[in-house]
Design a protein around this ligand. Structure first.
Ligand code: AMP
Ligand code: TRP
Length: 341
């Protein structure tokens, strides 16, 4: 039925949830990397609305939020003629394969997932079954296209490991050697883990109640500058070597943000600013952040005012994604032995 994958080209898949505002962590950890990858590989970038409903969403907001993520992808430089940009719920393979893989994944594997523990909080009895099974849907997203590479931030590492376990187990259980590839995470670089501007030991996140903790993709130049000025650092200045950032979470975070925005190494940033104080570094970082983010946010606003064009991109993306996933799903059904194989 299936051929050996080693001879097949790489295929990249990633997803972003349409919940709340996109921030600098999403941009540097994920979206900016998507832009580079589209030139080298076949890429699918998905707005994962089925993941979003694992926690309650407002009906009036969901479609608008999905368009927002799609607009952010395009504004950041993803070319919809090259990469496939689409919404998860518009392609049936995701939900179908997720169910099948729910029967492949083991309870014990999912019980180890730290994101469920964080998101469910104390009252895990009241969390939705979907929130628990969330990483299985993520595995389905990737495997429905037999994607080989997955650019994500570091917080997704555990989910990617689970995707590999699920792929291998499916191949074994259904005697389908090599059918699903073991997807590899692409996590490297200083943008992989952007921390809160208020607390360098927790990640920058949509759910942080303090807006000062994050830079949103649509913040104005003034807001960006103000937030960077107020970011937590320490009394020491900028060291000349990477070791000098050890144990200095806030300092390390700002230097890392500079490196990721300017696409240089952390050491290069240190070499440039060694010996200076934060009073000198922060304005330079603010200037860089504004220069890199304002064109993206302007383009984002323009795209959001043209919903018809956006919807056309998403409709076309759904068709192209379906055309790839459907033959793969047909093979999956055969391996399992369904009536409509
Ligand atoms: P989410 O908004 O949770 O769907 O995340 C979308 C993408 O952004 C995923 O690849 C995450 O790993 C990445 N991401 C989210 N927060 C951060 C962060 N603070 N630093 C780096 N990457 C992040
Ligand atoms: N779980 C990811 C996040 O919260 C989003 C996601 C869903 C994803 N499906 C995916 C990422 C598939 C990569 C591949 O960020």
């Amino acid at each position: 039925m299936s051929q050996n994958l080693s001879s097949e080209p790489k295929r990249v898949f990633s997803g972003v949830q349409p919940t709340g505002q996109l921030h600098l962590g999403n941009y540097l950890g994920a979206i900016k990397k998507f832009v580079d990858l589209q030139h080298q590989h076949q890429c699918l970038f998905c707005v994962v609305d089925l993941h979003a409903i694992t926690v309650p969403q407002e009906r009036a907001m969901l479609a608008a939020n999905s368009r927002e993520i799609a607009a952010a992808f395009l504004a950041a430089g993803i070319d919809p003629d090259k990469a496939i940009v689409f919404v998860q719920s518009s392609v049936p393979a995701h939900a179908e394969l997720a169910w099948i893989l729910n029967c492949t994944a083991r309870m014990g594997w999912l019980e180890r997932m730290t994101q469920f523990k964080d998101k469910a909080g104390k009252d895990k009895e009241r969390a939705s079954v979907g929130l628990f099974a969330y990483p299985v849907l993520q595995a389905a997203d990737i495997l429905a296209y037999r994607a080989t590479h997955v650019p994500v931030g570091e917080d997704q590492k555990q989910h990617l490991e689970l995707s590999r376990d699920i792929a291998e187990r499916f191949n074994r259980d259904y005697e389908a050697p090599g059918f699903f590839p073991s997807p590899e995470p692409l996590i490297q670089g200083p943008g992989a883990r952007i921390m809160s501007l208020k607390n360098g030991s927790v990640k920058m996140s949509k759910s942080d109640p303090s807006d000062l903790s994050r830079i949103n993709m649509n913040d104005s130049a003034e807001q960006i500058t103000r937030k960077i000025k107020k970011a937590r650092t320490d009394p020491d200045g900028i060291p000349s070597e990477v070791e000098g950032l050890e144990g200095r979470d806030g300092a390390k975070n700002l230097i890392g943000i500079y490196a990721a925005l300017d696409e240089i190494s952390v050491q290069d940033v240190l070499t440039e600013f060694a010996g200076q104080g934060w009073g000198q570094f922060k304005p330079a970082l603010a200037e860089l952040a504004v220069a890199k983010l304002s064109p993206v946010s302007e383009e984002f606003t323009r795209l959001m005012n043209d919903t018809r064009a956006l919807d056309k991109v998403l409709q076309d993306g759904a068709e192209r994604a379906h055309a790839i996933s459907e033959p793969i799903m047909a093979e999956v059904r055969k391996y399992i032995g369904f009536w409509k194989g």
